[in-house]
Design a protein around this ligand. Structure first.
Ligand code: HAM
Length: 409
């Protein structure tokens, strides 16, 4: 779990503000859901056999004896809120976004933390391929405006309850005589959810899984048609993607379209984001049949892919270098008055030399410095220095607020 220190904060603000703008343009409204949910919600949504639920959740019993979990992702909580507040009573699609911390007890690495942050979008109550394409266009657009290059959308369809059983059967037949070579976890997965074997990170399992049947051979006509439409709309929108018939996700709720936003720039962590359809989740949680789709991007991983920009390193509009007791008292009053007008103004906290104050103004990247000593105070005017050009003008001290606030300094 990492502290976000002040020099990194402007990049995070840029990411969040850019995301909020893009989400608004695509018609998404903000929802904020709690960090703590009942453990059962995640177990039922994400799936008992997934690494997230079986190995990575921060779960504890609260003082009432309830088992609670710090959310490992946002989708389950949004789905719960959607149901609890009967948002389905009004016609969809409901487009929601949320931004915040998630928790997974994973082995920390570059781009992998135990508290990380997601930008998450969900479209609830719409089955059509246009929602799939819209979300992918949004993700692609957001990456572009953030200046994140070299990310590829990797796309697959995971089928539906109509065609998934025949794919599971095909997997079972394939793995039947290879069980001895699979890891213990995969042997369990074969019994409960054979698709998970395709997601195993063990080298032996990966090698065996490489020859497994492809889900595309099992798609029902409706799944094929849906996927064709998604690809057609992405083509119309000019969004490029790669197909990976072996892509499975680390969460069990997905149906049909599933995707990852992959990059080769993050070492072992190759996904900046991921998502897909989860048409059965709301019903599995006890609600009406409600098709849905969403995605999440990891803010830490985005931050690793975005260069710092000079405009984020802005400094105070004015540094008042005051020398001596009286000038410092005047400077304190002037600084407070200007700050109340919205200008970032600094002065040194103690009575130090002019040289030390100029050094500090430079370090802080101040745009202008006003140098006020006893003489200047008496004369009622002091030199105002533009730090970029070196130009100097005399500023009447009793006009400082009107002149600088009006000019936006
Ligand atoms: P996910 O693929 O588990 O999907 O996570 C989405 C993104 O969150 C990842 O691509 C990555 O950028 C970031 N992320 C995940 N774990 C970590 C970690 N330990 N450290 C840093 N970043 C991480 C989901 O969470 C789904 N809820 C996405 C979704 C929304 N599907 C439908 N709607």
């Amino acid at each position: 779990m990492k502290d976000l220190l002040p020099p990194e904060a402007p990049k995070w603000r840029f990411i969040e503000a850019t995301a909020r703008e893009a989400f608004a343009a695509f018609g998404f409204s903000e929802i904020r859901v709690p960090i703590l949910e009942r453990t059962e919600l995640f177990a039922r949504s994400i799936g008992e056999e997934t690494d997230i639920v079986s190995k990575e959740m921060y779960t504890f019993e609260d003082r009432s004896g309830d088992s609670l979990t710090m959310r490992p992702e946002a989708t389950a909580g949004v789905a719960r809120a959607f149901l609890e507040h009967k948002l389905h009573a009004t016609p969809g699609p409901h487009k929601l976004f949320t931004i915040g911390p998630m928790f997974r007890h994973e082995r920390p690495q570059k781009g992998r933390l135990r508290q990380f942050h997601q930008l998450d979008c969900e479209v609830l109550d719409d089955a059509g391929p246009q929602s799939d394409a819209e979300l992918l266009v949004l993700a692609d657009h957001l990456l572009k405006v953030l200046g994140v290059a070299k990310v590829q959308i990797v796309l697959n369809s995971l089928g539906c309850p109509e065609c998934r059983p025949s794919f599971k059967q095909a997997l079972l037949s394939y793995f039947q005589d290879k069980q001895g070579r699979l890891c213990d976890d995969c042997n369990k997965r074969l019994a409960n959810n054979p698709l998970r074997v395709l997601d195993c990170k063990q080298e032996d399992c990966k090698e065996i899984a490489a020859g497994a049947p492809l889900i595309s051979a099992s798609w029902c006509p409706d799944c094929s048609e849906h996927f064709d439409q998604v690809k057609r709309l992405l083509g119309l929108a000019g969004v490029s993607y790669a197909l990976d018939p072996k892509l499975v996700r680390g969460l069990d709720y997905y149906t049909r379209t599933a995707f990852e936003l992959k990059t080769g720039e993050l070492g072992a962590q190759d996904a900046v984001g991921g998502g897909g359809r989860y048409d059965g989740l709301i019903q599995a949680l006890g609600g009406p049949a409600t098709p849905a789709i969403g995605f999440a991007l990891g803010i830490e991983r985005l931050a690793l892919l975005i260069e710092d920009r000079p405009e984020w390193q802005s400094g105070p509009a004015l540094f008042i270098a005051a020398l001596g007791e009286e000038p410092r008292a005047w400077a304190f009053g002037a600084a407070c008055a200007l700050r109340k007008k919205g200008l970032w103004v600094e002065m040194s906290a103690s009575d130090v030399s002019l040289k030390a104050q100029m050094r500090r103004a430079n370090k802080m990247n101040a745009a202008q410095v006003l140098i006020v000593g006893g003489e200047e105070l008496k004369a009622g005017a002091a030199p105002l220095k533009d730090m970029a050009s070196g130009d100097q003008t005399d500023l009447p001290l009793d006009e400082i607020v009107t002149r600088l606030a009006a000019a936006g300094a």
